[in-house]
Design a protein around this ligand. Sequence first.
Ligand SMILES: Cc1cc2nc3c(=O)[nH]c(=O)nc-3n(C[C@H](O)[C@H](O)[C@H](O)COP(=O)(O)OP(=O)(O)OC[C@H]3O[C@@H](n4cnc5c(N)ncnc54)[C@H](O)[C@@H]3O)c2cc1C
Length: 473
Amino acid sequence: MGSAVALLREDLITRIGDNVVSDDPERLAAYASDTYWRELAAQAAGDPLGRPDLVAVPRDEAGVSAALELADEHRVPVVPWGGGSGTQGGAVPVRGGLLLDLSGLDRILGIDERSLTVSAEAGVNGRRLERELNERGLMLPHYPASAEWATVGGYIAARGSGVLSTRYGKIEDLVLSLRVVLAGGEVIESVGVPRHAVGPELAQLFVGSEGTLGAITRASLRLAPLPAERRFATVTLPSIGAGIEAFRRVLAAGHRPSVIRMYDDEATRLALSPVVGEQLEGVCAVLCFEGEPEAVAVEAERTLASVREQGGRQLDPALAETWWERRYEFYYPPHQPELPAIWGTIDVVAPYSRIEPVYHALRAAVKEPYAHTGLQLRMHFSHWYPWGTMIYARFVIPDGGDTERGVELHDRVWDDGVEAVFATGGVINDHHGVGLKLAPYMERQHGAALGAMRRIKAALDPNGIMNPGKLGL
Ligand SMILES: Cc1cc2nc3c(=O)[nH]c(=O)nc-3n(C[C@H](O)[C@H](O)[C@H](O)COP(=O)(O)OP(=O)(O)OC[C@H]3O[C@@H](n4cnc5c(N)ncnc54)[C@H](O)[C@@H]3O)c2cc1C
């Protein structure tokens, strides 16, 4: 590939300028890894899973189009890069090639306060967008814990979710339309509104496509007004089953609390208690209700009544408010584990009829068999839908030993966790995406449908340049 990359470099410099193209080794090293544990471990051992040969940071869509046209011509792999905050290895350039850093497309193009929409380029940073919207009394109600680093394009490409999703939906519910550059350089745009009957909704094909079908350059997204009131409650429940039933009933009745975050015993002790600054025990949940005060009052009252019906009771609401204020702190050092620890989040989703067996099977598969390693497993339920909910199962092994042993242990925990989820009818990811991490399980997850996805990929990217090795495609 050496000569193809050299030719691509020359052509790129001619078309989009030498100040946005680099093959400086130090620069390239910064793009070897997102936050996938296996890649971080490989890098620390001096043997990264991938490394780009070239990076381009175009400043506009024409630059992206030129890059994809030229890369296709020279058959050089392209890996789109947003903020590099992904947890699945989606942005790791496992086959080298061109790293297409989209952070140069950083314009907020327009805010329509009447329609409650924003049009933004893909590289706009999440935190910056939120600040600018808040100044106008608006918000993009997609609050992932990674907003500091992540981009609009990364939100969409990884099919993510934010802390307020129970009320406002996941990113796929917030995307109104997209502009995408395909391999070969063609620019396409989906219909300007998401509700229409002029054929299938093309934007959704690219939501969750993780850079394998094209580079998203622009999105129109749904906004919400900043709520007039945000009210908090903290509750404890007699069991996970009682909690699932209490909140299932709330969702079934049409209520949409913005936050329902229910922790199992271990997560209450190890994850919730340090955040709220008080040692809590048992199954606990922090709740948030927001919107117009009258509606908030009704929703809070009905939700707390449902908790009581299932044998739960209220704790100090100030605990939930403290959680809200400090909720991101624990994603930063010194609270995050570091190598040689092993960590990962097995996040799964299932209908209400299956979610409890999934929870118990996942816990049984990942907790006891690894007790000798000191594995901690913190499981909470944080995104609720009218038909089901999800489990965020964060495991940490304090000392994984040397890299070889660590990788073997890491992979075994994942295999066992995923097997338990499949065996009980769950789906292996709710919002972190697939990347490298879950690619080996895609055949099992999708069955024959993966073949259909591969044919779509082949039609849109006939030379297979877009993010090869990802999504199991
Ligand atoms: C501490 C921490 C907390 C997190 N919390 C959350 C959370 O609450 N919710 C959540 O959903 N996720 C969370 N994540 C995961 C991650 O931040 C999200 O998946 C995020 O949306 C990724 O955005 P990014 O811009 O960093 O994308 P990247 O990591 O750069 O890329 C992710 C994938 O999308 C592709 N991609 C990026 N931009 C484009 C584009 N413009 N066009 C086409 N493909 C593109 C990449 O090739 C890659 O496959 C968290 C991660 C960390 C480290």
